[in-house]
Write a protein that binds this ligand. Structure first.
Ligand code: NDP
Length: 319
């Protein structure tokens, strides 16, 4: 059996098409939703992420601003910038790209963001809203994983779901979203005993671990749905050959570029699973799509235009 591939790029395109219409309607009513991105210093990966987020805003017709404090910025200067963005009416979403330099108190900065503009869903008040099942802004990666499951028609009600990973930005919110969708949820982490056996009970597996190809075919019940959140770059030839032994195209990619991406799930799991998200092209594209969706949602809520109850941005935030 070969798993059905859950194509994140195609689902992202669907969401963008829906958002474009919603944004056009808001703009003609005099509201252009806008996202302010704060990018500190010269971190190459952060620069790439922020560039793709701004490009997505431009593609969809959202306003966007980039603020680029130097790597030497202090906590107080960051707090002043966040306050300025909180006060601006044309800014609906504030995105502080992580990681921040060591001298900056990241927690204080994230907690200073107005919860109604917290499009990353990191503020404790939004996390609390998610816990209690009230509408709010949900972290983009788990919200995106839920969109993949819903739009692919994967049944969740009564399903056994196992989430491996309990971070505040992926594992925990993912488990809460699955629970609100009436799955029976188990959360695993580095201290979980007999992890493979626990994972093997699942109808739906979400891997958010940060360990290359850790979930092996023997951990997966035949026919299960597997959502692979992990993004790991393999740079050693032995590792690439071990993981991608059956995938000459990936090995050729490795030889050409000197590195190759793999998720937290071993690629051979596709021989056992019923459905699986690829890496790249699975959960990744949905993370930016949900950021866009959250920005539109924040604009509608904050500027009092909550008229599109069944819009994609409203659906994404429904617990
Ligand atoms: P964290 O490092 O914050 O959390 C990892 C979690 O995995 C922890 O809860 C940890 O357990 C658990 N874990 C680590 N090792 C093991 C192990 N051997 N057995 C069982 N559990 C283990 O990572 P994130 O949640 O931020 O990210 C997870 C992955 O998702 C990463 O690969 C990251 O790159 C990727 N990611 C992808 C995104 C996307 O857009 N697709 C966005 C965000 C992240 P414990 O709590 O006990 O330490």
């Amino acid at each position: 059996m070969t798993a059905r591939i859950l194509n994140g790029n195609a689902i992202r395109d669907q969401i963008y098409a829906e958002l474009k219409q919603e944004i056009a309607a808001l703009v003609s009513a005099g509201v252009r939703p806008g996202l302010a991105a704060v990018l500190v210093g010269e971190n190459a990966a952060s620069q790439i992420y922020v560039r793709s987020k701004i490009a997505a805003c431009e593609q969809l017709g959202l306003g966007s601003w980039r603020h680029t404090p130097p790597a030497t910025v202090s906590t107080d200067e960051m707090l002043a910038l966040v306050e300025e963005l909180n006060a601006r009416d044309d800014v609906d979403g504030i995105l502080v790209q992580l990681p921040l330099p060591a001298q900056v108190d990241t927690k204080r900065v994230l907690e200073a963001v107005d919860p109604s503009k917290d499009v990353d869903g990191f503020h404790p008040s939004n996390l609390g809203r998610l816990v209690s099942g009230r509408p709010g802004l949900v972290a983009c990666t788990p919200a995106g994983a839920m969109e993949i499951l819903r739009r692919s028609g994967i049944p969740l009600e009564g399903a056994d779901a196992v989430v491996v990973g309990r971070s505040d930005i992926v594992g925990k919110p993912m488990a809460l979203l699955l629970m609100h969708a009436n799955a029976t949820v188990t959360i695993c982490h580095s201290k979980t005993r007999s992890l493979p056996e626990v994972v093997r009970r699942a109808d739906v597996i979400v891997a958010a671990i940060g360990r290359a190809a850790m979930v092996e075919p023997g951990w997966v019940r035949p026919g299960a749905t597997v959502i692979d959140v992990g993004i790991n770059r393999i740079t050693d030839a032995a590792g690439a050959e071990r993981i991608f032994a059956k995938y000459p195209v990936k090995l050729a990619q490795f030889r050409e570029k000197g590195s190759v991406l793999v998720g937290d799930v071993h690629p051979d799991v596709a021989e056992v699973a019923g459905a699986i998200t690829p890496v790249p092209g699975g959960v990744g594209p949905l993370t930016i799509a949900m950021l866009m969706s959250n920005t539109v949602k924040a604009a509608r809520q904050r500027r009092g235009r909550a008229n599109a109850v069944n819009s994609p941005s409203a659906m994404a935030l429904r617990p």
